[in-house]
Write a protein that binds this ligand. Sequence first.
Ligand code: FAD
Ligand code: SF4
Ligand code: SF4
Length: 399
Amino acid sequence: MAIKVVKDQCIGCGACVAACPFGAIEMQEDAKAFITEACTACGACVDTCPVGAIVREEEEKQVQMDKNAYRDVWVFMEQADGKLRNVGLELLGEGRKLADATGQKLCGVLIGEAAESLAKEGFAAGADKVYLVEAPEFRHYSTDAYTLTMVDLIQAYKPSVILLGATNDGRDLGPRVACRVGTGLTADCTGLGIDEATGLVAWTRPAFGGNIMATILCPEHRPQMGTVRPTVFKKPAMDYSRSGEIIRRTSRVKPDDIRTKVLEVMKMCTAAVNLEEAEIIVSGGRGLCKPENFKYVEELAAVLGAAVGASRAAVDAGWKPHLHQVGQTGKTVGPKIYFACGISGAIQHLAGMSSSDIVIAINKDPEAPIFKVADYGLVGDVMEVLPILTEELRKLKQA
Ligand code: FAD
Ligand code: SF4
Ligand code: SF4
């Protein structure tokens, strides 16, 4: 939506200038109001004009979208190095529920260099169809190639709903595709449902620093799009007796369409930081008191074969890189066991780990909020408790 002044109607009264909280309206030499690039389209000026000379551009055009032409629930099946990322399977499990509740088909979208063998995973996770686009230019994720291909698929087959993982790739691809096809996108969702009154997808995500959960609908445009954090939903039980239809589409990407080139791939993601796929995570917070004490967390993680997480306070203090951060502005994790060591349990931290199966908290304050979500709690000094725990587990493992 853009705001504009209809020049012929403007009488130059200047009332709108003071009404704009962003200083985005200037009076020009011809005594007509002019809206500058500082405009955020907030709409505060529209009703202040006594002659109705300020209008929302969309009202003029009023895009009439035939929403009935859009059907089916799509899931972007993210893959890398010939392997599907878990998030795609998690979303197929949740997409199945949305598709069943609305009487639509569930479809996976596979884009890759040679990705056909992954389609069976999609069917096993619940997909009825898989749209497959294969070409050498999809060897590595590329913003240009993947955007063009997704847009081409959407225009050809018109899905009603598209779910993508809120991963590096999904967060890059989703908004770009949404903008190209003229729809909205709810980013970083932590819950999905169907709005009973409208039958639309109800996208839920934290807002205002995680203090409230906002539920967002996309009533006027299609497809309804959103990114969903990995591990928010569990992977569905895989049924390899299921099969489905593979719909192949030829890539329309030309070499010149891709403006970036992958020169080298450097793997930073060792097991210790692969938090989103980890079965056990040991996380440390400000209660570790100094960066050197992270060694206690790392030693326990090494014995358990676990990934190492950190609270934002520990990351902000420079004790661990952001790659390790768990929480609303870090990673969302869902391991079988989550150790919170010297972490208070602020709501923004809980937003990233509360779907863990078992939470074990170590904190010297018996009133710390983390104990409200913990299955097991140890009240004590983390620097004393962790070495004992590590040693005992090491002995158990050797035995
Ligand atoms: P603290 O809150 O300072 O807690 C330290 C804990 O250690 C205390 O409970 C204390 O009792 C205990 N302790 C101290 N010494 C010892 C000891 N010797 N032995 C045992 N226990 C001890 N936070 C995140 O973690 N992830 C996020 O993604 C995130 N995103 C945010 C986004 C926004 C918009 C905002 C506003 C905040 C966000 N935060 C996030 C910050 C969050 O609000 C908290 O400030 C942060 O989680 C606190 O980290 P902490 O628990 O390590 O530190
Ligand atoms: Fe200013 Fe908002 Fe009007 Fe834009 S829409 S000119 S930001 S008051
Ligand atoms: Fe023109 Fe309306 Fe602004 Fe007055 S309030 S200057 S008439 S646009």
